[in-house]
Design a protein around this ligand. Structure first.
Ligand SMILES: Nc1ncnc2c1ncn2[C@@H]1O[C@H](COP(=O)(O)OP(=O)(O)OP(=O)(O)O)[C@@H](O)[C@H]1O
Length: 510
């Protein structure tokens, strides 16, 4: 973490590393839509991924986009679809049903894409956006589908449910299917669910050649896959959902990802229709993770006995010394989020045991929590509130790890490392978006330190966080801690003092 860096909105990378030198109009977009992007969204020029993806999608071909987190992928797929819909000779009507489907892995991301759509469609009132996602009442969703939704944003499970059970869901005019966070959707949908969706939508016709009995697929719709991380799951996904796609963001230098357009297309160095799985070596060659260059990535090694006091100390340091606007802390379970939420929200502290009266809240910032076991309404209000707060702390599970665009999140703390290394990329991608500054801190217990090597295998290297300097900055009984040589975290006077205070607070609580 850059010590004492001012929290400015100054971009940390050169503009030409984020934005293209062309205009939205030069990409072939309708003038009104370009005006909307400028006036409603404040977007003057396209980002690099938008400059490549928008013309590719306008061409009508299938497209696979691999671009770092926070580079504008959402607009990259929404805008060409809106461009085509607004220019159709006859204005589309609700009775025409759904023309485009956007599949996303979480409810919060569903709402976020829906809100972006509402802004983009401000001048196109006849193009109706909508969403269906778990946690809503199915009957309300049925009613919305019956009326007709032109561009529908949905999570896979609930979509399949309506495809099977809502006869009034009209999608005979479906032309675009977008898979945002494609690898995650495939993982969640375990492939079968997604294949069922594609088959229900008529998006994948299995053509059997009468002469030689071979089968291939025909795709009447235009399918678009987006993700910041490519892996074997996306490879399988591409196999069942893309036909000879245009590949964007795949480094030519990484031969495992070279794409040779051919009748079926090849992907990750393999013919995507080839049943043979990539060899172990080729798997290891799968893309280096695309991490924003300006992101400062650190780790801290903290044994179990002191990691809570360390987390407390780092948060206090961030909010009181570095004035970081917003911080997101990620835990592995809902219970862990709930436990730390009640602890952080209630823990009072006095810097000297002899003056208990001077107790005050240890963390002086608004604290929110977000996880899948919360009521849908609470998830929605929390999501919106954290987005609008200026100084806040969000404790969450991986529900907040992908796609969510929280303005001014300056630091991502992973208190529990993600199960899969690939989730690391998406978690840290909640900050350092679009050239903004950002920091990430990964907590590792001594037994987890090999995780760093796993990340290094994907081109990600972390520096050690200057933890002792932070701990030494907290006075104990009015005196700053100073020892010649650091022995261990457990024996640090501040950690021992804080740990005792936390334990007695927890012991006294229901
Ligand atoms: N052309 C643009 N000019 C300025 N800001 C933009 C532009 N395009 C997108 N943005 C902003 O950049 C931020 C990131 O956009 P978006 O959420 O689409 O990124 P993403 O690539 O989908 O990220 P993730 O991989 O995390 O889903 C958003 O705040 C969005 O409003």
């Amino acid at each position: 973490m850059n010590e004492g860096m001012k929290t400015t909105t100054k971009k940390m990378v050169k503009e030409d590393e984020i934005f293209a030198s062309c205009t939205f109009a030069s990409l072939g977009l309708h003038a009104t839509l370009c005006d909307e992007l400028r006036d409603k969204m404040g977007f003057e020029v396209p980002t690099l991924v938008q400059a490549q993806a928008i013309p590719a999608i306008l061409s009508g071909r299938h497209v696979l986009v691999n671009a770092a987190t926070g580079t504008g992928k959402t607009v990259a797929y929404l805008v060409p679809i809106i461009h085509h819909l607004q220019k159709s000779d006859r204005r589309i009507q609700r009775a025409d049903g759904t023309f485009s489907l956007v599949l996303v892995p979480t409810r919060e991301l569903c709402m976020q894409v829906y809100e972006t759509l509402q802004k983009l469609l401000h001048r196109y009132h006849w193009i109706v956006p909508g969403y269906i996602t778990g946690g809503e009442s199915r009957s309300k969703e049925k009613a919305r589908l019956r009326k007709g939704i032109s561009i529908l944003v949905a999570t896979p499970g609930r979509l399949l449910d309506h495809l099977k059970n809502t006869s009034s869901f009209l999608y005979s005019n479906l032309h675009w299917i977008v898979f945002d966070e494609a690898d995650r959707i495939f993982e969640l949908g375990c492939g079968k669910e997604v294949e069922e969706i594609l088959d229900h939508l008529g998006s994948r016709k299995n053509i059997v050649n009468k002469d030689n009995g071979t089968s291939s697929f025909e795709f009447p719709q235009q399918n678009l896959l987006f993700s910041a991380t490519l892996n074997e799951k996306v490879n399988c996904f591409a196999k069942i959902s893309l036909e000879n796609p245009i590949m964007i963001g795949l480094d030519a230098g990484n031969n495992a990802l070279e794409f040779q357009p051919s009748e079926h297309g090849r992907f990750l160095g393999h013919d995507i229709n080839d049943e043979a799985q990539p060899t172990r070596k080729e798997k290891n060659l799968i893309a280096d993770y695309k991490i924003p260059t300006q992101l400062v990535q650190s780790y801290v090694q903290a044994p179990c006995a002191s990691r809570l006091a360390v987390l407390f100390s780092v948060l206090k340091y961030l909010f009181e010394r570095d004035c970081f606007e917003k911080t997101l802390v990620l835990f592995s379970t809902c219970d862990a989020v709930d436990f730390h939420y009640s602890l952080f929200g209630g823990f009072k502290f006095s810097s000297s045991e002899s003056e208990p009266r001077s107790e005050h809240l240890f963390l002086k910032c608004k604290i929110f929590r977000l996880h899948g076991s919360m009521k849908p309404e609470d998830r929605r209000t929390t999501f919106q509130a954290f987005k609008s707060e200026k100084l806040a702390l969000l404790l969450s599970t991986d529900i907040a790890a992908r796609g969510l665009d929280f303005p001014n999140v300056r630091c991502i703390i992973q208190y529990d490392p993600p199960g899969e290394a690939i989730e690391y990329v998406h978690r840290v991608g909640r900050t350092a978006r679009l050239g903004e500054r950002g920091d990430s801190l990964l907590f590792l217990q001594p037994t987890e330190i090999d995780y760093l090597q796993d990340l290094r295998n994907h081109g990600v290297s972390l520096t050690e966080y200057p933890l002792v300097k932070v701990l030494d900055s907290f006075p104990v009984r009015g005196r700053k801690h100073f020892v010649e040589k650091f022995v261990s975290l457990e024996s640090h006077s501040w950690i021992m003092f804080l740990q005792r205070a936390v334990e007695s607070f927890i012991a006294a609580e229901e």
